[in-house]
Ligand binder design. Structure first.
Ligand SMILES: Cc1cc2nc3c(=O)[nH]c(=O)nc-3n(C[C@H](O)[C@H](O)[C@H](O)COP(=O)(O)OP(=O)(O)OC[C@H]3O[C@@H](n4cnc5c(N)ncnc54)[C@H](O)[C@@H]3O)c2cc1C
Length: 377
């Protein structure tokens, strides 16, 4: 079996690794010199706790197991079973955490409610203004800036794989006998015809070439998020953490009956759909976000009001002056609005396009890849 994979974000590299593990020949085509889109711009959160109970959470929990295995095989991705703490500031937020805790075991999650002293005992970095914290042991982190690039290097080093960088997949033609893909070099414009048994496109939020054509009429939209990373903090964080504003967005919390009684958010939080979400980095710094914008075209510049708000919230949660910002960026993910957890389109026999994994794409990618392979077998 030979497979061509277009796109080397987290979805593409996990499909490539899964195909190599199955003993297949793999050809990866990536438009950029190295992955530089959503898969390296995210928090690196393997975030199971906020997923909707049912297929979405099942996919996330399966992926969590696969991430841990990947962490054992590829230590450079920095997998840590760090867990997460979601902090309540007010009784309305605490009520949501309590309700979530009551159902956690039924959902297959290992969660406990912590007092303020319990929060600081579990994660001494969190010495701020919380009323209570929900510790979810299942959540984990990887290092996003390294993960897709280093996994692509692993693929490239495999004797059954080729990787074409700065190359775009521009045409596809398929019949029952296989697929033919025209790949065009973005360096010198030369084209190459590749043949295989199957084609898997994982083009993310900025599809081009064949992927853009195939996605033209699909119910997919996009979300712009704003982020920053701090320099090392005085007391490194042992867990990921979030504030109570996150309870509005993640369906695992937002669809609980008690979430209807959450107090209205302040104006900026509402307008920019802000939450404080934080992932610890191996450097000792923190990746901090995020805002959510859906009205395209997106602005090209970063909004300092968002940074100021998140930095102020971070200081309150840490209980000390917030650390210095090291770098800031924005990123875009693709959201699917049809049936199912993500878009798996098969426009022609042997051609599979996978996208629309939204804000859970990093989390679920190894499990999505495993499911695609079951279809391809
Ligand atoms: C700021 C931010 C924070 C996030 N945080 C998290 C998080 O902590 N946890 C989580 O689970 N999810 C998170 N997400 C979501 C997650 O990052 C995405 O869902 C995921 O990275 C999408 O992966 P992908 O491989 O589909 O796309 P991408 O990473 O966008 O990769 C697609 C690749 O395809 C290439 N490509 C496209 N078209 C072609 C073509 N025709 N030929 C060749 N190459 C092509 C592109 O160059 C690109 O490298 C976050 C997203 C953002 C933006």
């Amino acid at each position: 079996m030979q497979v061509i994979i277009v796109g080397a974000g987290t979805l593409g590299v996990h499909h490539a690794l899964a195909a190599l593990d199955a003993g297949w020949q793999v050809h990866v085509i990536e438009r950029d010199a190295r992955p530089s889109a959503a898969s390296v711009r995210n928090f690196g959160l393997v975030w199971c706790s906020g997923r909707r109970p049912g297929p979405e959470l099942e996919l996330a929990l399966e992926a969590r197991v696969r991430w841990e295995q990947a962490g054992g095989r590829f230590p450079e991705i920095g997998f840590r079973a760090a867990g997460s703490i979601t902090l309540a500031r007010r009784p309305d937020e605490l009520a949501v955490l309590e309700e979530f805790r009551a159902h956690a075991a039924d959902r297959g999650l290992d969660a406990e409610l912590l007092t303020p002293a319990g929060i600081t005992a579990h994660n001494p970095a969190l010495a701020g203004d919380a009323l209570a914290g929900l510790l979810v042991h299942d959540d984990a982190v990887v290092e996003p800036r390294r993960t897709a690039p280093s996994l692509l290097d692993r693929v490239e080093a495999h004797p059954s794989a080729t990787v074409r960088r700065r190359v775009e997949a521009v045409e596809v033609d398929a019949d029952g006998a296989g697929v033919r893909v025209v790949a065009r070099s973005l360096v010198d414009g030369t084209t190459e015809l590749l043949r295989a048994d199957a084609l898997v496109l994982c083009p993310g939020a900025h599809p081009s070439g064949i992927a853009a054509q195939l996605l033209a009429d699909q119910p997919v939209d996009h979300c712009l998020l704003q982020m920053f990373e701090t320099s090392a903090v005085a007391i490194p964080s042992r867990t990921a953490f979030a504030d109570g504003d996150s309870l509005r967005y993640y369906p695992g919390f937002a669809e609980l009956p008690s979430a209807r009684d959450l107090a209205p958010p302040e104006a900026l939080v509402d307008a920019e759909r802000l939450q404080l979400l934080v992932a610890p980095r191996l450097s000792g710094g923190l990746t901090v976000g995020d805002s959510h914008r859906y009205d395209e075209p997106f602005p090209f510049d970063l909004d300092e009001r968002i940074t100021d708000h998140l930095l102020e919230r971070l200081g309150k949660v840490l209980g000390r002056r917030p650390p210095r910002i090291r770098r800031r960026w924005s990123g875009v993910y693709a959201r699917y609005h049809g049936e199912g957890t993500y878009l798996h389109l098969t426009p022609q026999e042997g051609v599979h396009l996978i996208t629309g994994v939204a804000g859970m794409g990093m989390t679920v990618s190894p499990a999505v890849a495993a499911r695609t392979l079951e279809v391809l077998r």
